[in-house]
Design a protein around this ligand. Structure first.
Ligand code: PMP
Length: 452
C-alpha cells in the first residue's frame, strides 16, 4: 500500500495513544515499515537511527533472528495456555527461574503481565492485599513523585506524576501522594548542591510521613532514574537519605525498572547503579526487547507468604490476566535474557554508555541547551531560553518537539518529553561507530533548530 493510502486510512480509523490528536489530524502519521539492528525504515525507504529504542525498549535492536525463531518455535509447539488454577507452561517457569538469577531480591517469585502499566497496577493491588493480610488495613497510601512515569491504567496513571496524565481523567485520587520531583536542575535553590537538595527532599519525606501518619502509608514507588518525566537521574545521596526513612516507618520501596532494567544504566538494574534495596520490582520493555508484550513483578517471600496465607479466605489469589505468562512472550523473553548473557550485552552497553555520555558533552555548549544529563545509555537534553537563569522557552515555541523534528530530518529518532527535554535511549547493541553517528546527527539536528 502506498504511503498516502496508509496515511488516509490512519486518519480515518486509528486512535493514536499519547499523541497530540489535533495536530495529528492535520499532519497524519509517519509509518514505519521495517527495522534492522539499530535502524528503522519508513514506507518511503528512508533510514533512521532509532535513538529511542522505540519507547526505551528494543534493547537487542531490530530483526534479531534468534528471537524470531524462539517465537516461531513456541507458536508451533504450544501457542497458549493460562497459568490460572495452578496450570503452567515451560517457558514461563523457565523465565521465572532465569529472572531469579538476575533480580537482586532473594527468593523472589515473578507475577507476569503484558505491560509496565498493568504490572504497576498489580503492584498497587499486591500492596493492598499484603497490608490487609497482615492486619494493617489502614496502611494504603502510596508515595510517588512529580515527573514520575509509571503507566496509564487507572492505578498506574495515578502514580504517574505528570499533569497531562491526570487532567480530564479525574486522577490522581486520594490514595497517592506526590512528593517533589528529585529534579536538581529545576527544583534546587540557586547554589544548592545535589547533596543539600537530597537532604531537603528527605526532610520533605519525613514531614509528609509525620502529617499523614506512618500507619496510613504503605509504599513508595520510584524509578531509579526517571525516564519519560524528563530523564532525571537521582541527585547525589538521594536514595541513601530516603531509604532509611522508609525503613523506619515500615514503608515498602517499589522499584520501577521498566526503563532502567536490563542494562540501561550500566548495570543489570538501576537499583544497582544507585544502591537501592527495594522490596519489589517492576520490569517490562527490555525484558523481551519489545519483541513480545510482557512484564513481571518480583514479589519477595515475605509478601508472597502473607498473600498466599490470606488468599485461603476466598479460595484463590483472585488476580490474573488471560495472557499472564503467555508462552510465546515468555519464550521470547527467556531467549532475550539468554542472548544478553551469551553475548555480554550488559558489558557492551556499559562501554557504549560511557562513549555516549562523553560524546554528549559536545551538546552541552550548544546555545539552546541548558542541561545534559543521564547515565550510561540513557540521556536527556534540556533546552532553555536563558542558560544562566534556566528560564524556559515560551510553551508555544514547542522547542523540544521542533528539536526532535529537526533530528528526524537528519535521520535520527529522539523523543520530545514534557519540560523541553529530548531523550536519547538507543538499543543496547549499538556499536561505537553508531554512537558517534548518533551524536553527530544530534548536533546537526540541534543546529537546524531556529530561535523563533
Ligand atoms: N514504568 C515506567 C518507568 C515506564 O517508562 C513505562 C512506559 N514508558 C511504564 C511503567 C508503563 O509501561 P507500559 O507502557 O508498557 O504500560
Amino acid at each position: 500500500m502506498t504511503t498516502d493510502a496508509l496515511g488516509q486510512l490512519d486518519l480515518d480509523h486509528l486512535f493514536h495513544p499519547s499523541t497530540d490528536l489535533r495536530t495529528h489530524g492535520r499532519t497524519g502519521p509517519l509509518v514505519w515499515q521495517r527495522g534492522e539492528g539499530v535502524y528503522v525504515y519508513d514506507t518511503e525507504g528512508r533510514q533512521y537511527l532509532e535513538g529511542m529504542a522505540g519507547l526505551w525498549c528494543t534493547a537487542l535492536g531490530y530483526g534479531e533472528p534468534e528471537l524470531v525463531e524462539a517465537a516461531r518455535k513456541q507458536m508451533e509447539t504450544f501457542c497458549y495456555g493460562p497459568l490460572f488454577a495452578g496450570k503452567a507452561n515451560e517457558p514461563s517457569i523457565r523465565l521465572a527461574a532465569k529472572l531469579a538469577e538476575w533480580v537482586p531480591i532473594d527468593g523472589a517469585r515473578f507475577l507476569f503481565g503484558c505491560s509496565g502499566s498493568d504490572a504497576n497496577d498489580a503492584q498497587v493491588k499486591l500492596i493492598r492485599y499484603y497490608f490487609n493480610a497482615i492486619g494493617k488495613p489502614q496502611k494504603k497510601k502510596i508515595l510517588s513523585r512529580g515527573n514520575a512515569y509509571h503507566g496509564v491504567t487507572l492505578a498506574s496513571a495515578a502514580l504517574t506524576g505528570l499533569p497531562s496524565f491526570h487532567k480530564h481523567f479525574d486522577l490522581p485520587g486520594d490514595d497517592v501522594i506526590h512528593l517533589t520531583s528529585p529534579y536538581h536542575y529545576r527544583h534546587a535553590e540557586p547554589g544548592e548542591s545535589e547533596e543539600a537538595f537530597s537532604d531537603r527532599l528527605a526532610e520533605e519525606l519525613r514531614a509528609v510521613i509525620a502529617r499523614e501518619g506512618a500507619d496510613t502509608i504503605a509504599a513508595m514507588i520510584a524509578e531509579p532514574l526517571m525516564g519519560a518525566g524528563g530523564v532525571i537521574p537521582p541527585p547525589k545521596g538521594y536514595f541513601d537519605k530516603i531509604q532509611p526513612i522508609l525503613r523506619e516507618n515500615g514503608i515498602l520501596l517499589i522499584d520501577d525498572e521498566v526503563v532502567c532494567g536490563f542494562g540501561r544504566t550500566g548495570n543489570d538494574f538501576g537499583c544497582q547503579t544507585w544502591d537501592m534495596q527495594p522490596a519489589t520490582m517492576t520490569m517490562a520493555k527490555a525484558l523481551s526487547s519489545a519483541y513480545q508484550p510482557i512484564s513481571a513483578v518480583a514479589v519477595p517471600p515475605f509478601m508472597y507468604e502473607a498473600i498466599a496465607e490470606a488468599s485461603g479466605d476466598v479460595g484463590l489469589f483472585a488476580h490474573g490476566l488471560t495472557y499472564a505468562g503467555h508462552p510465546v512472550a515468555a519464550a521470547v523473553a527467556l531467549r532475550n535474557l539468554e542472548l544478553m548473557e551469551e553475548r555480554g550485552v550488559m558489558a557492551h552497553a556499559a562501554n557504549m554508555g560511557e562513549r555516549l555520555q562523553a560524546g554528549l558533552q559536545r551538546v552541552r555548549e550548544h546555545p539552546l541547551v541548558g542541561d545534559v544529563r543521564g547515565e550510561s545509555l540513557i540521556a536527556g537534553v534540556e533546552f532553555v531560553a536563558d542558560r544562566d537563569t534556566h528560564e524556559r522557552f515560551p510553551a508555544e515555541e514547542k522547542i523540544a518537539f521542533r528539536a526532535a523534528a529537526a533530528c528526524l530530518e537528519e535521520g535520527l529518532i529522539v523523543r520530545a518529553l514534557p519540560g523541553d527535554t529530548i531523550a536519547v535511549c538507543p538499543p543496547l547493541v549499538i556499536s561505537e561507530a553508531q554512537v558517534d553517528e548518533l551524536v553527530e546527527k544530534l548536533v546537526r539536528g540541534l543546529d537546524r533548530v531556529e530561535r523563533l
